[in-house]
Design a protein around this ligand. Structure first.
Ligand SMILES: *Cc1c(COP(=O)(O)O)cnc(C)c1O
Length: 371
């Protein structure tokens, strides 16, 4: 076999493959157990909305047909939900797809993208795959009084050069769960040149307390260079169907549409997402369960003497005060799958998805045992 890696484009040679959370079935097979739990990929413990399941089932017999490439019904519902014109909505095969479209449409080897340390693992994949330069801004330090490991928008601003075309900002951020104050965000957006695309990744938006949620409609009106991404994978519980979207100025949506696969979102996913948008009770139940779970973890970590990063997302990063890899392995042997984040340069942290109360208790008990 030839060394094919040397033939890969230079950015790809430097990439490490994304490491997904370990599937429950795989762990159960390895250990010969049957009651493993997975709190590793920020999935909704309540599952999808019943209405979304029914909607997906109702179209499954029609999958000999291609889906509606434009996703007309879904994008119309999303446009109404956000109070924008339908031409502002771009659908993606997960919001990950939207991030890829941004990379392909706006980044090339001669230019750069900026994002923070400890931010979402997909940003380097997107940037390096197209050979662009990744300019990584320092995050707030671990001893920052309010937002340890959080995005430092001044540091991000400082990394912007004449070659920069895109800035990725996650709010709240994964894997830290940290967030941006509204005035900081506004100040940043007002300073950045209006020909630089700001991607505001809001995968966990629906979990945010109301007073921290940016006003989507207002921001988009004010900043034409803003692209907001949302997903059905997290609070909507549809990760397995792969569907997300962006809201932006129609000119930006038009550019993304030029590089989009014609049928990038599938028929059951479009149907399920449409029904899910209509089931806001499921969303609020999920947000309430999550808020209770975050409190449960905060209290338990304090009792165990463990420090953690304050989070408003559906996961929490806890510092185990030593190499977290052996702790992760020991938790696996207890049938508990969480996420090590050494690849994010946080080797002493584990990222734990907030489950239901019983699942959280099981993680905490196992953690106490293995520590
Ligand atoms: C999970 C996640 C996404 C997107 O996931 P999709 O399933 O592709 O929609 C995007 N950004 C962040 C920060 C995430 O954690």
């Amino acid at each position: 076999m030839n060394n094919f890696l040397k033939n890969a484009v230079p950015g790809v040679q430097l990439l490490n493959p994304y490491q997904p959370g370990k599937p429950v079935e795989e762990l159960e097979r390895e250990l010969g157990i049957s009651n493993a739990i997975k709190l590793a990929s920020n999935e909704n413990p309540l599952g999808p909305s019943k209405k979304a399941i029914e909607a997906a089932q109702s179209v499954i017999g029609n999958v000999n047909y291609y889906p509606d490439g434009a996703g007309h019904k879904l994008s119309l519902a999303l446009a109404r939900k956000h109070g924008v014109d339908q031409s502002c909505i771009t659908l993606g095969n997960g919001s990950n797809d939207i991030l890829e479209l941004v990379g392909r449409a706006f980044l090339a080897p001669c230019n750069s993208a900026v994002y923070s340390e400890y931010s979402f693992a997909v940003y380097p994949l997107v940037v390096q795959a197209v050979g662009a330069e990744a300019r990584v801004a320092k995050a707030y330090p671990s001893d920052h009084p309010d937002m340890p490991y959080g995005h430092d928008l001044n540091a991000i601003f400082e990394q912007i050069t004449t070659s920069t075309r895109v800035v990725f900002i996650a709010n709240p951020n994964n894997p830290t769960g940290t967030w941006l104050e509204l005035d900081e965000l506004n100040h940043f957006l007002s300073r950045v040149a209006d020909d630089i695309l700001i991607v505001l990744d809001e995968a966990y938006f629906e979990y945010m307390p109301e007073d921290l949620k940016p006003d989507t409609q207002k921001l988009l009106k004010q900043y034409k260079n803003l692209l907001i991404t949302r997903t059905f994978s997290k609070i909507y519980g549809l990760a397995g169907l792969r569907i997300g979207y962006s809201i932006s100025h129609p000119d930006i949506a038009d550019i993304l549409n030029r590089v989009r696969q014609p049928f990038n979102t599938n028929m059951p996913a479009q149907a399920a997402a449409l029904a899910a948008v209509d089931d806001q009770d499921h969303v609020s139940n999920s947000a309430n369960l999550n808020a209770a779970g975050l409190k449960q973890y905060a209290k338990a970590f304090a009792d165990l003497g463990l420090s953690y990063i304050p989070s408003i997302a559906n996961f929490i990063a806890v510092n185990v005060n030593k190499d977290a890899m052996p702790v992760y392995d020991a938790l696996l042997r207890e049938g508990v799958i969480v996420r090590p984040v050494a690849s994010y340069k946080m080797p002493e942290f584990l990222r734990i998805t907030v489950g239901n109360e019983q699942q959280n208790n099981r993680v905490l008990k196992a953690l106490q045992k293995v520590l």
